[in-house]
Ligand binder design. Structure first.
Ligand code: ZN
Length: 91
């Protein structure tokens, strides 16, 4: 007959799972609280953002309105590219 009592390994794994769940819940609770306060700041006109350190979602993407300037390969001027260059040979 198998021992109905869980082994220490099973107990440890069970505790680990519970710990993980508890940690996630605690984190979510803290984040919700902070986001509530961020919302209050926004109402006051201050824009803040909660970003996890080392997060993949941290802003690396270019901001809207920061369009990359085109530089012409032919004349070196900005605002158009080689395809639309007025100085392009064989136009
Ligand atoms: Zn050009």
């Amino acid at each position: 007959m198998a021992d109905p009592k869980p082994t220490k390994i099973e107990k440890a794994l069970d505790f680990k799972a519970k710990y993980q769940t508890l940690m996630n819940e605690a984190r979510d609770e803290a984040i919700a609280s902070i986001q509530g306060q961020i919302g209050t700041l926004k109402e006051l006109g201050f824009t803040f953002e909660l970003v996890e350190s080392g997060s993949r979602f941290s802003a690396k993407a270019p901001k809207a309105g920061e369009k990359k300037q085109r530089t012409c390969k032919i004349c070196g001027k900005t605002g158009h590219n080689a395809r639309t260059c007025p100085q392009r040979p064989n136009a």
